[in-house]
Design a protein. Structure first.
Length: 187
């Protein structure tokens, strides 16, 4: 068994030739959002992954085994729902509205300019169809948003030579009354 306890996001700083030779490990989103899991790589080696708590593994990341070997992470294709604006009478605003409603339900979403991807859920699919959106079942790799303050959300690259740091919380705490989603909930 090969023990892994280090992750290099997107293989940053590693030579392309090293990455090309590295074996792959194909993982679905359910596994990649865990910090501890077992898997098999493309050479059929058994892997025991022990990353720091709260770690998320993304497609394109590189895992480093305790013997120094590298493993390229590939996001596995999985069943997803693809949500698009209606081609006949929809608009991009419809997708923004859907993302708002799904986010309000804490649904993990992959945002793309012309579609949303989420894990299958027939209740959410019905809700989206009632919003006059096109919902289809697809197989694709799933890379949901990390969130404003989590993991990859700590900063972002623009591809034009600089990065922006995520905003720092200002330290003000406001106590809010608990909100219960129930039959009388209006949102």
């Amino acid at each position: 068994m090969l023990t892994i306890n280090k992750l290099i996001p997107r293989g940053q700083g590693l030579a392309a030739a090293l990455l090309k030779r590295a074996p792959e490990v194909v993982l679905d989103w359910d596994t990649r959002q865990k910090s501890r899991f077992d898997a098999r790589d493309s050479q059929e080696r058994v892997l025991a992954v022990f990353l720091p708590r709260g770690s998320t593994v993304r497609g394109g990341d590189v895992l480093v085994a305790e013997d120094g070997s590298l493993l390229r992470v590939v996001a596995a294709e999985q069943a997803l729902l693809e949500v698009r604006a209606c081609a006949e009478h929809g608009s991009p605003f419809d997708l923004m509205r859907a993302a708002y409603h799904l986010g309000n339900r804490h649904v993990q979403l992959e945002l793309q300019k012309d579609r949303l991807l989420l894990e299958p859920d027939h209740v959410l699919a019905d809700m989206l169809r009632q919003m006059h959106l096109e919902v289809a079942e697809v197989k694709a790799a799933f890379e949901p948003e990390a969130g404003a303050y989590g993991g990859e959300g700590q900063g972002h690259q623009h591809g034009h030579g600089h990065a922006h740091a995520a905003p720092k919380p200002i330290g003000i705490k406001i106590a809010a009354a608990p909100h219960v989603h129930g039959p009388g909930c209006k949102h």
